[in-house]
Design a binder for this molecule. Structure first.
Ligand SMILES: [Zn+2]
Length: 169
């Protein structure tokens, strides 16, 4: 099989993953293959479900974060994270995704984000801290458990608001 991506040195951002061919929106850039047993939250682990964290094999962990990424995450049948083109990508372009597309909270990147995007959030934050507009822009390209957590939080805050109203009545 011919490689369609490869690891290269970026300018100022360490190593990254680059496209060797062009991709169109929805094309799978990398099939996510899970490695070993899930472990507790760790700096290089990805969130795999509402409560589980784990590692992927191969180049999965080598993608750089961007606040304006050209790829997204779609969870495949094995629970692995496929990296999927969010828009058209040309051969030679760096492929990135937003780490918030798979992690609800990010506590392991204390340093400033250096992605260079005009809309850079200044630090790498999780899904929890994304503005709604960004969440909408990523629709269909984020891990579904993030949406589920949001839905549960909305439901529980609505429930507590309702109980506050009845307590006050
Ligand atoms: Zn950024």
């Amino acid at each position: 099989m011919t490689a369609t991506i490869e690891q290269r040195t970026t300018t100022g951002r360490g190593n990254g993953i680059f496209a060797l061919k062009s991709f169109r929106r929805g094309d799978v850039v990398l099939v996510g293959e899970l490695d070993a047993t899930p472990i507790k939250n760790h700096s290089h682990a990805s969130q795999l479900s509402k409560t589980k964290f784990g590692f992927h094999k191969g180049l999965s962990s080598k993608f750089n974060h961007s606040c304006d990424p050209n790829c997204g995450i779609i969870v495949n049948d094995t629970g692995g994270h496929n990296v999927v083109a969010l828009g058209d990508i040309s051969a030679g372009e760096e492929t990135t995704y937003d780490y918030a597309m798979r992690n609800y909270a990010i506590e392991h990147f204390p340093d400033a984000c250096i992605c260079g995007a005009p809309n850079c959030r200044a630090s790498i934050t999780g899904w929890r801290d994304l503005p709604q507009q960004r969440k909408d822009a990523y629709a269909g390209f984020v891990a579904p458990y993030l949406i589920e957590i949001d839905r549960e939080k909305t439901a529980s805050s609505a429930a507590s608001a309702a109980s506050a109203v009845s307590a006050g009545a």
